[in-house]
Ligand binder design. Structure first.
Ligand SMILES: NC(=O)c1ccc[n+]([C@@H]2O[C@H](COP(=O)([O-])OP(=O)(O)OC[C@H]3O[C@@H](n4cnc5c(N)ncnc54)[C@H](O)[C@@H]3O)[C@@H](O)[C@H]2O)c1
Length: 362
């Protein structure tokens, strides 16, 4: 990881580079060096309003052709891909064009998928504009869409040509979205960096945070893990901490009148799975309390209804991370040390939800 005086961090992976901070000189150099035939920019309504004008101003020497979609996970679907592919045909996009994803994880996953399948694949870069996509979704090469109401069920692994991360975009992001993205930073520290876990506990409100150090630190954790296991055969499963219970909570909440954002559900999942880590591994009572207390204070989650436990268990049983019948978990030995491929009994999963409820009702 290289840091320059202009507060720009450059992280090099085997196939591409990640630039964090003041990205614009690096982006212009990248475009100069490659001489693409066309630059296509995918936005949604929100990034078109807040991020596109910044990009356009910084790249005023380059003609940019925008394609816009409606924001939201519910649009991460084949019909939206058809809209994107059609727009690319209308723009006569050729195989030497560059596709630029300007947005959160929905834009990054779906734009990368459309670019990778259009005419058997054109180059794309990620310019993530949410905290979640800046620390997580934009790296690791997982692309895709939701199909048959199953999240990310159609897609592929393919790396971008580069990732340019500008924390300046976070200024227009809602506090709720910032907090949701922060859950992945908490997760990264808990699975791999005890020191960062100590540091971030000092962050008790997300309003005045300086992201310039935290984002590269958190990214490095994901980078090291995906580099060691690019196709999720083993180690990469560490990134699933909090996600077994969290995905079930998220899926169920999506059907309700009060849907949760991804990170809000993962926050609940991390409390439950820390409880399971105490039961199954060596996570201490003190660490369990510290994790549950910190996450509760930051997210103030609602208790879950005991009547929904069966639904959560059914959703966990269907999780694509499972192998065979057992529900697969990543648990913690200690903050900074994760253990993949753990299985827990149904009774203990229910106990973990009870534990979460006692935290909420204290
Ligand atoms: N590929 C991966 O490895 C990976 C990892 C984690 C999550 N994901 C995917 O990421 C998606 C979630 O990403 P997300 O949380 O970024 O959601 P998102 O892309 O839906 O963005 C959240 C909201 O913020 C708005 N927005 C984005 N940038 C903005 C800005 N700078 N200012 C104002 N508004 C802005 C968007 O329009 C949207 O309404 C999910 O589909 C998930 O499956 C992928």
């Amino acid at each position: 990881m290289k840091r320059t005086t202009t507060m720009t961090t450059r992280i090099t992976l085997p196939h591409y580079a990640i630039v964090v901070g003041h990205i614009w000189d690096d982006l212009r150099t990248f475009l100069h060096d490659r001489s693409y035939s066309q630059l296509i920019v995918l936005t949604d309504d929100n990034t078109k309003q807040h991020c596109w004008p910044i990009l356009q101003k910084e790249l005023d020497q380059w003609p940019l052709a925008p394609i816009n979609i409606t924001p939201g996970e519910q649009h991460k679907t084949i019909p939206t891909c058809q809209h994107i592919w059609s727009a690319m045909f209308d723009l006569k996009v050729d195989r030497n064009a560059l596709f630029i994803n300007l947005g959160g994880g929905v834009i990054g996953d779906m734009g990368g998928f459309c670019a990778s399948t259009y005419k058997r694949g054109i180059d794309f870069i990620q310019i993530p504009t949410t905290l979640l996509s800046q620390v997580d979704a934009s790296i690791g090469g997982k692309l895709g869409i939701d199909f048959m109401q199953v999240k990310n069920s159609v897609g592929l692994f393919r790396d971008p040509q580069a990732v340019f991360i500008a924390p300046q975009f976070l200024k227009t992001l809602s506090q709720r979205e910032v907090r949701s993205g922060f859950a992945e930073i908490i997760k990264h520290s808990l699975i791999a960096d005890a020191r960062q876990w100590e540091q971030i506990q000092a962050i008790t409100t997300l309003q005045p945070v300086d992201w310039s150090d935290i984002i590269p630190q958190s990214l490095m954790i994901k980078k090291d893990i995906v580099e060691a296991d690019p196709f999720e055969k083993g180690l990469r499963k560490a990134l699933n901490f909090g996600h077994t219970v969290g995905h079930a909570i998220e899926s169920h909440a999506l059907e309700s009148a009060q849907p949760l954002l991804h990170g809000e559900a993962i926050a609940v999942g991390m409390i439950c799975e820390s409880y399971l880590s105490r039961l199954y591994l060596s996570l201490s009572e003190k660490d369990l309390e510290a994790i549950a207390d910190y996450i509760y204070r930051l997210y103030q989650p609602r208790a879950v209804d005991t009547k929904d436990y069966d639904t959560y268990l059914a959703l966990m049983a269907n999780d694509k991370k499972n192998e065979g019948k057992a529900i697969n978990f990543t648990l913690l030995q200690a903050p900074g040390k994760a253990e993949v491929n753990q299985t827990c009994t149904e009774k203990e999963i229910r106990d973990s939800l009870d534990f979460f409820n006692t935290i909420c009702n204290r």
